[in-house]
Structure formats: structure tokens, C-alpha cells
Ligand binder design. Structure first.
Ligand code: ZN
Ligand code: ZN
Length: 528
């Protein structure tokens, strides 16, 4: 959910505007930053500059552009993805979009911006050199040092080093892999490993990976040609990325390389090289459908090889293992990083390459970005160790004040998360209710009072609390507790007091029997 605001002379630019995901199963599509702190700038938001096309850097653009009509600059591949996304949200028509190019500076308000080519797990990634009143700021974007990127667009080490010679006030750099030692590894080596596994496969091969990794898609295209297979794209994400990459020249695939997924069954199995979404075990993605035998394009069985060419994001392991288990039961030959090292490399610099970035730029000040407080703190320590004078670790909402003299921590501004479903924000109270429902369950209680204010009837229905058929006595006990609680009230108690008394009684009863306090709704009726 990357979104960095840089302010000078009362105006603001944003670097990236991304989303994150909520995997608690509460019906949330995406989560974007709360933009309230930017509202006071209004028309003084001069623009948004995007470093690359990953969701955690572009996904929130539709939401901010609905609120603030500001121009956006992005590299062409990211811009292709942004257009798709804005089109889905019907904000494309009025959007002002500009393509950026490495080593081609432009101005946004009082800021000078120069994109610099970096390598990453998506094509067309950039760092930014930003000219400000306090000197040059470099924002690394997401990066690693890949010496031989498949698209030939090499990391512009020379330009960063030049800027370092001229003097850089502040470096903000990607902290993701601060805990990883050793070399990050090149994408082309993943290609070699995959090729070995694909050329000796007897039947269909499915490679599950992040759809945005255009480098890897490109390598798979080359491998398909050499091994006389056809590429079959399974899943919406790979379809979108392949289309945008082909339109922007990042995927020079001839038309006859890609086989239409709907006709995949017509192809001999030994000629299928499928690329599937869903490497994180997502239930609705292509890989999960293949594992369940529900994919309309392809059935997998003995002899077919599945290669999980991705890292499993912490937290997703149980889902991924369950899915791989389903594939193994189908008789598939399942390969992962654990069986075959080298089927995946990270797109983020490991520690030694993070150090190389700092040593290239040689900034006066350092602010680590893109990571938890743990990652940021360790990255800050690395910068100090590499000789940076001033290091400032800030978390979301905290301001760092930068002058030519240095950097200090400033005040905080309000920040937070906005949870979205179907393009609309889910109110925090509603989300909280969903959490309670999932944790505690639900009870509905109807209390009927007679003319004298005595309890005539109590009915009670629960969901997600107790098996009512197996344990009727618990329901009886809760109903009795409601009767008792209301009997304690005086005869003049109004409906609201009766309802509250009943609600507390239901919750107490189930807390006693089940350790749960279900969300309880009470209706009070008076019979005359
Ligand atoms: Zn990225
Ligand atoms: Zn990122």
C-alpha cells in the first residue's frame, strides 16, 4: 500500500498510490490508504508519479482520482495497467495520464523528476531522482540488481552513481529483503532451471506464478518455442498482463505462440505449457480450479507437471499446501522451491544489494521505505553501517522534515486503511461487525410481553454458536436466563430496557456454556 507524499512550498506530489489485501475472509476486495490527510491540499496536489506497475504501487489510483483530479506520470507498461484499472472504475475518461521515460526529466509543480531504470520482478520499473529546494532526493522504487534482465533494459547504475557524485540529500530505499543474505539471483537463471524441468516433462506443464512477472513470461515464451510447446494463459491476471505487455512491446510474442485457452483440450498434452494465476492458493484463481478439477480449459492427471514458480507469502502456506495436496492426489508431479531450488528468485534486493544501492548514491540522509518497522529499522542500521550520516525511520503517517542540513522526525498526520468491496468503502463499524460475527456468532431473540408487562414468550435462534439440535438444553437455559433477567425489571420498564436486559442475558448464558458472546439482536413485542 505504498503512497509517499512529498511537500514543498505548500504543494504536494505523491510517489506511487497502491493497495494491499485483507485475507481475513471478511469480504474485502482491496484495502487502500486513507487519503484524508491530503484533502487540505486540494488543488495544490501537483501530481502522482508512479515507479512501476505492481498493485501495491498503482492499485489505489482509481480511489484517489475520484477524490482529486490530478495528473499521473508512469512508465508505459505501468500506464497500460493503470488504463485497464481506471477503465474498470469509470474514471479513465477524465484522467490525465503521461508516460515517463528513463533519463528524461520533467517538472511537476516546483519539483523536477527524473526516472532512472532499475530492475525488478516487473518490466519497466524505475527509481526517481527528485529535485527539491532541499537538494536531490532519490526514491529507489522496488528494485534488485539483475545483471542480465530478459528484456535487456539494464539497471542504470551509471546514472545513480553520477547523481551520487553530484551530491544527494536523501535516499529512500526498498527494505523488503533486509533479512535475506547472499545474492538475490537473476531472472535468466530461473529461465534455465524452468527450461530443464519443461523439456523433460512427459505431458502438460503448468507454471504457476505472479502474472505481473513479464520477464518470466518472456522466458517461458522462449522456452515454449524451443521445446515445441504452445503457451496457454490460464487466469484473468496473466491474460491482462500478457495483453498489456504485448501492446507496450515488452512481450514480443508471435501470434502463433499463444494457444487459445478454450481450445487447450485439442492440443496434445506434451505440447501444453500453461501459465496459471493463483500461486498463493487463491480459491478462485486458475491453479485452484485446476487442482479441484473444475477448470473449463484443462484437466490435469498423472504425468502432468506443476511448477510453483513463486514464493509463498507468509500466512498463505496452509492454503498453498492444501492446493498442492489436491494436485498430488490427482497424480501430478508437483515441483516447488523446496524440491527444485532456483524455480523462483525475488524481485527485491537482498541485504548486500541494498548496501550497494546506498554506496552508489552516498546520500547525506536515509529514510528506509517498503517494509514493517522491523525491516525499516534494520535497513536504517545498514545505512549507518555504510557511512550515512543521518538515518530517520518513520512509519505510516509520520512526517520526516528534510533540509539541506539533514532530516528530522516531524509530527504525524492521520492515516489508516480503507477497506473496499465492489468499488465502495466498507464502513469501519460494518467491518468490525463482520469480525465479531466470525469470532462469536449470532443470536436473535424475540421477547413477547403480556398486558401486565410479564414475559409471555421468549424465542431464540442462533447461528454459528451452538448445534441447537444436539444441545437443546443450552438454548433452553439461555431462554430461561432471559425470562429471569426481565422478571428482575420493574413493570414500567420500556422496550429498550427490556431488550438490553435480554441481550445481556443471552450473551452471558452463551459465555457460560460456550465461552462466546454472540452478537445478539432482540425484538420486544407487547400482546394486548
Ligand atoms: Zn514491485
Ligand atoms: Zn512494492
Amino acid at each position: 500500500m505504498n503512497c509517499m507524499a512529498i511537500e514543498q512550498r505548500g504543494e504536494v506530489i505523491l510517489v506511487d498510490c497502491g493497495v494491499t489485501f485483507d485475507d481475513r475472509g471478511l469480504g474485502v476486495d482491496v484495502v487502500h490508504p486513507d487519503f484524508t490527510a491530503l484533502d487540505s491540499f486540494g488543488s495544490r496536489i501537483a501530481g502522482i508519479i508512479v515507479t512501476h506497475g505492481h498493485e501495491d504501487h498503482i492499485g489505489a489510483l482509481p480511489y484517489i482520482l475520484r477524490r482529486h483530479d490530478v495528473p499521473v506520470w508512469a512508465p508505459p507498461y505501468a500506464l497500460g495497467l493503470i488504463r485497464e484499472r481506471l477503465g474498470e472504475h469509470e474514471v479513465l475518461a477524465h484522467a490525465r495520464l503521461h508516460a515517463t521515460k528513463p533519463r528524461t526529466p520533467f517538472t511537476v509543480g516546483s519539483f523536477g523528476i527524473e526516472p532512472i531504470r532499475v530492475t525488478h520482478s516487473i518490466a519497466d520499473a524505475t527509481a526517481l531522482a527528485i529535485t527539491t529546494d532541499a537538494g536531490t532526493i532519490i526514491h529507489s522504487g522496488d528494485f534488485k540488481f539483475d545483471d542480465a534482465p530478459p528484456d535487456g533494459e539494464t539497471f542504470d547504475v551509471e546514472r545513480l552513481s553520477q547523481l551520487g557524485d553530484e551530491g544527494v540529500t536523501l535516499l529512500m530505499s526498498d527494505s523488503t529483503n533486509i533479512d535475506a543474505e547472499g545474492p538475490t539471483g537473476n531472472e535468466i537463471d530461473v529461465g534455465h532451471v524452468l527450461e530443464g524441468m519443461i523439456e523433460n516433462a512427459p505431458a502438460a506443464v503448468v507454471v504457476a506464478m505472479f502474472a505481473s512477472n513479464i520477464h518470466r513470461l518472456r522466458l517461458l515464451g522462449d522456452i515454449a518455442r524451443r521445446t515445441k510447446r504452445k503457451i496457454v494463459l490460464l487466469g484473468r491476471g496473466v491474460g491482462t498482463h500478457a495483453r498489456v505487455a504485448r501492446n507496450t512491446g515488452y512481450l514480443p510474442w508471435p501470434d502463433d505462440l499463444v494457444w487459445p485457452d478454450r481450445q487447450a483440450r485439442e492440443l496434445p498434452r506434451s505440447r501444453v505449457l500453461a501459465v496459471a494465476t493463483g500461486s498463493q492458493g487463491e480459491a478462485n484463481a486458475a491453479l485452484a480450479k485446476l487442482a479441484r478439477g473444475e477448470h473449463p480449459a484443462l484437466d490435469l492427471g498423472p504425468g502432468d507437471r506443476i511448477i510453483l514458480s513463486a514464493r509463498t507469502i507468509p500466512g498463505n502456506e496452509p492454503g498453498v499446501h492444501a492446493l498442492l495436496g489436491q494436485l498430488i492426489r490427482r497424480g501430478c508431479d508437483v515441483r516447488t522451491r523446496l524440491s527444485d531450488r532456483g524455480v523462483h528468485v525475488s524481485g527485491h534486493a537482498h541485504r548486500p544489494e541494498q548496501r550497494r544501492m546506498i554506496e552508489l548514491v552516498r546520500p547525506k540522509c536515509f529514510v528506509p521505505v517498503h517494509g514493517t518497522i522491523h525491516h525499516l529499522t534494520r535497513h536504517g542500521e545498514l545505512a549507518k553501517d555504510a557511512g550515512v550520516e543521518q538515518v530517520c525511520v518513520i512509519e505510516n503517517g509520520r512526517i520526516a522534515e528534510v533540509t539541506t542540513e539533514g532530516v528530522v522526525r516531524g509530527p504525524s498526520v492521520p492515516t489508516g486503511r480503507v477497506h473496499v468491496f465492489a468499488g465502495r468503502a466498507i464502513p469501519p463499524a460494518v467491518l468490525r461487525e463482520r469480525e465479531v460475527l466470525a469470532e462469536e456468532g449470532f443470536a436473535s431473540c424475540a421477547v413477547t410481553l403480556d398486558g401486565a408487562g410479564s414475559v409471555a414468550d421468549v424465542s431464540l435462534v442462533t447461528r454459528g454458536v451452538v448445534d441447537e439440535v444436539e444441545y437443546p438444553e443450552e438454548i433452553q437455559a439461555a431462554r430461561a436466563a432471559v425470562r429471569h433477567a426481565i422478571a428482575d425489571l420493574d413493570a414500567f420498564a420500556d422496550d429498550a430496557r427490556v431488550a438490553e436486559q435480554a441481550r445481556l442475558a443471552v450473551r452471558r448464558a452463551f459465555f457460560k456454556s460456550r465461552g462466546k458472546k454472540p452478537m445478539t439482536v432482540v425484538h420486544v413485542r407487547r400482546s394486548s
